[in-house]
Design a protein around this ligand. Structure first.
Ligand code: SF4
Length: 295
């Protein structure tokens, strides 16, 4: 009995030394992090752990997910509409309606894998839900365009381009912004969010999302990105944000935590309101093992 315990203790010590050795000497390549994983981490660190493993499960397609896709696509066209119709209220609303029906017709073509097998009437129902809030979207976008701060921003939004893939070797980070705009000569990121917008400014998680994209874009540009834009597509609210050093510091911290999780460290479980609807809910009850902390 005594021998058995001694041998198993030796085995545990051997495994831990091997893990430390592996981390220190064999992991020469930085584990890549995607901006979408930063967003996932901010929602729940454990989701990154499950999503980065082969055992991850696809999220079921819900009506609100389809609404999210439709609003995300529409949000990309708000800058163009504002530059075309901002002086004619009813025309603007009609243009938004046309944008909604075009997006509803195209969403299956843009997201064929995500929406595979979804019947057309479910897409119509999601579009109907978006339509019910469209008047408020129209009013908010127009009052933004008429406002002193908004009118200048609308002009800059004229340079909006849908986002493409950016990569930073230095940060070991990749990602695709919702779009980019030329702000005072600097290519700056735009994010398109489809949840509720805060009363003022941006949600903390959105600040960090857009700041991570700004740091990513800096790698390919000559200047530091100072500002960026968040579009809350469901309400038709567009906000500019200045990036602070504190945001950058937090982004670096999150990147290193995401990297650690992807390399095997399971974060503690944090019970929250999100857990009930989480796709990992069934398996997410284990405590992090001592060994997982060493990966
Ligand atoms: S069940 Fe809760 S703690 Fe677990 S991954 Fe989902 S949201 Fe995170």
């Amino acid at each position: 009995m005594h021998n058995f315990h001694t041998e198993s203790n030796h085995l545990i010590i051997y495994i831990m030394f091997y893990i430390l050795y592996k981390n220190m000497f064999l992991n020469k390549h930085k584990t890549g992090v995607n901006v979408s994983e930063i967003v996932l981490y901010l929602s729940c660190p454990r989701k990154v752990y499950y999503a980065s493993r082969a055992s991850s499960v696809p999220s079921p397609v819900t009506l609100s997910y389809i609404e999210h896709l439709i609003l995300k696509e529409m949000g990309m066209s708000y800058p163009e509409l504002l530059n075309m119709y901002s002086s004619k209220d009813e025309e603007f609303f009609k243009a938004l309606e046309a944008l909604l029906s075009r997006t509803a017709a195209e969403v299956m073509l843009i997201y064929p894998a995500e929406l595979k097998g979804i019947p057309a009437d479910i897409i119509d129902e999601a579009a109907g839900n978006v339509l019910s809030g469209l008047r408020a979207v129209s009013d908010n976008l127009l009052s933004f365009a008429y406002s002193e701060a908004g009118s200048g921003l609308v002009l800059q939004l004229g340079s909006f381009k849908p986002g493409s893939l950016f990569h930073s070797e230095r940060l070991g980070l990749s990602g695709i912004p919702g779009g980019t705009v030329n702000m005072d000569g600097i290519i700056s990121p735009v994010i398109i969010k489809t949840g509720q917008c805060p009363e003022n400014g941006l949600w903390v998680n959105d600040r960090l999302h857009v700041a991570s994209l700004a740091m990513l874009l800096e790698e390919s540009g000559a200047s530091a990105v100072r500002s960026c834009i968040a579009t809350y597509a469901r309400q038709g609210v567009i906000r500019r944000m200045n990036i602070r050093s504190d945001d950058r510091r937090q982004v670096l911290n999150v990147i290193s935590k995401v990297r650690k999780i992807k390399e095997g460290s399971m974060p503690d479980r944090k019970q929250s309101a999100l857990c009930d609807k989480c796709v990992y809910c069934d398996r997410c009850d284990v405590q992090p093992s001592l060994a997982s902390k060493f990966f």
